[in-house]
Structure formats: structure tokens, C-alpha cells
Design a binder for this molecule. Sequence first.
Ligand SMILES: [Zn+2]
Length: 406
Amino acid sequence: MKIITAEYIYIDGEYLKEYAVAFEEKIIAVGRYQDIIEQYPEAQLMKQLPHSVLYPGFTNTHVHLEFSTNRTTLKYGDFITWLYSVIEDRNHLSSICTTEIMLEACREMLESGITTFGAISSMGLDLDACVETPQRVVYFNELIGHNPQKLDTLYSEFLHRYESSTHYAGHNVIPAVAIHSPYSVHPSIRKKAVTFAKENDLLISAHFLESEAERQWLDHSKGDFKSFFENFFDQSRALTTIDEYLAEFDGHPTHFTHCVQAGEKELKKIAEENHTIAHCPRSNRYLGCGRLAIEKLDKLDIPFTVATDGLSSNNSLNLFDELRAALMMHGDLEISKLSRQLINAVTRDAAKILKLNAGTIREGYKADFALIQLPEDPKQEDEIALWTILHTDKVSQLYIKGEQLI
Ligand SMILES: [Zn+2]
């Protein structure tokens, strides 16, 4: 058994001083420092680092590893322009994306305190990296495609990838299902995959209302998507409506990504069905999709996470970069309160959404920790969340299931 302590420990939304945590693979006890060392005199006591804050390990619920080779290839600025560039360069980018490159991407996440991530896997090329990386991975096997002639093949190929991921369920890989989006998945196979996930009690992740173009297409079969679908797929009408898409997930809380263009009606439905949202501020900014009004999510009690998305629409997978971007993007929100909310979003809320016994420093929870060091002692304790986000690039220590990896 080990005992870890820090100047402050983040417990139930508060920064507590002179506390300690006794742990093995799981957290054995949390309490006052003196009580814990007296209670477990034989445990190995870790040295306290100066100006340190101990957090539960962070969770990044939405990342695409298969495009980790993109740096200066894909076009940013506008969603449809980006999508055309993805179609053009997708094969090249994924063909040079080796397991080593994807493991480097996982390492970048690890160094920013991410102990669990949700990998959206379009092709299954990232499975080896997800098995090898020390992090816990919710592996979202993604269904994509709408060519009526190929539906059986698309679905059986999806099932095959899902089956392959189940072989590693003991290796910190948690098999799950992703539906790419309302516009890119044929309703008939979407129904099959969602039913499959419901029957097997699997987590589902789904992109939803990312861009204005998507909204226009689904609402009116118009806008920038029209020429895209006519050019590539000889299709002039959307195959589903927003309401039909959302209704598919009824009764099964689903983790929707983006939702930037969701209106009052959709957000209400999301709240009623206990769905949740992955908010990717930099990806939304880089692809010209706009700002997700997180203050509206608050009002409706919709839990959300802050996630990096992939390097196909981002410049790093560092969670602190993402949190800083969120602070800038939501410039009208009070910064201290927002910082506390963002820290909750990547710890307790994200772990709960992925149904993990993690993200909280409490007895019985997984001993996943991210320990950061501030440049000096914080003068105001209620601003530790803000100082953490502003002053951290890499964590000083990191533990997953009690094992120290940094
Ligand atoms: Zn995505």
C-alpha cells in the first residue's frame, strides 16, 4: 500500500489541505494526513511535492487516433472545406499512421494527466495502440456509411471490428459503439447498431449537429452539404431528420459530440433522455463550427465533458491546451466559476458518463491520479482550478490503478 499527499487534494469539488490518500489498485482510504499515516503505518509514504495539487486522473471522452499524422495537411476554417480535404487525404494520412505514432499521441495525453480516453475508431487501425497504451480506453467502434448497395457489408465489417475489440476487454479496453453522424450513416444500419448497443448495454458515442451545414442539410436538404452529397454520392436529399436521429437513442443515454448547432428543442430532448455532450472547443473553432453555449447546458442540467477530438481537427492532444481554449471561447462566463466547472467536466462528470468507477478521489474508486505543481502557493484557494488550467502543461506525477507512470 502507498500513501500520497499534496498541498491540496481535490475532493468533492473542494481543495483540502493536510489530507492524504491510501491506495493500492483502488483507493483504500481518504482522510486527514495524520489519521491516514497512523492508520496505515506500514504503507509507503510518497514525498510531498511543493505547491502540489492532487486530482483524480483526467478523462478525455472523444479522440480520433487514426488521423494522428495530420499536422499541416487538412484544411481548417470551414467544415465542408475540411471535409473535402479529409476525403482527399484520408487514405494517405491513415496509411502512414503507425501504431508508434498513435502511441506518441497517447503519450501526449498521458503527460497532460489523461488516465482514460474514449477512442473513436473508424477503421480499427488504432486497436493495437489502444491495447498497448497504459491508459484505460473506451473503444468506440464506429459505424459509418450510407450506400444502399453496401449496407450489409458495412454492418458486418462494423460487427467484425467490434468482435476484435472484445478480445482485449481484459486489457483496459472497454468495447463500445459509435454512430458517425446523422448525415453519414444509413438509418437502417444505424438502427441495427443502436439496437445492438442497447441489447448488450454498450456505451454509444455519436457526432451530432457539429456545423451549420449539417443543420441546413438535415432540416432542408440544402446548404453546403448539398453539392457535397451530389458530387460524391449522387444523393440530393438527407436520409434522416434531426428528430428521427435523436429518437433512435431513446432510453439509452448517449454521449453526443459537438451539438454546437443544437437548438432549444434538441437540447431539451437531450436533457430528457439523460444524454450527455462532449464539448471540443478547439476543433469547433478550427473547423468554423461556432461556440457550444455551455451555459444553456447548465440550465438544463446536461452533463458535458471537455474533449480534444483528434489531431485531424486539433493541434495537440494536451488537455490543458483544451481547457485554456475553453476559457477563451466562453469569454462571457465568469472565469473562476468556469474553471471549476471545466475541472469537474474532465474528472467526475467524464468518468460518470463513461460509467467508470474513477474520476473522484473517494474510497473504493480507482487509484488514478494526476498530480500537478503550481509555480507558487495559491493565495486564494477558490482560484486553484483557474491557476491549474493556466499554469500547467504537463503533470508532475501520474498514477493509473495505483501504478506510477510519470
Ligand atoms: Zn469526432
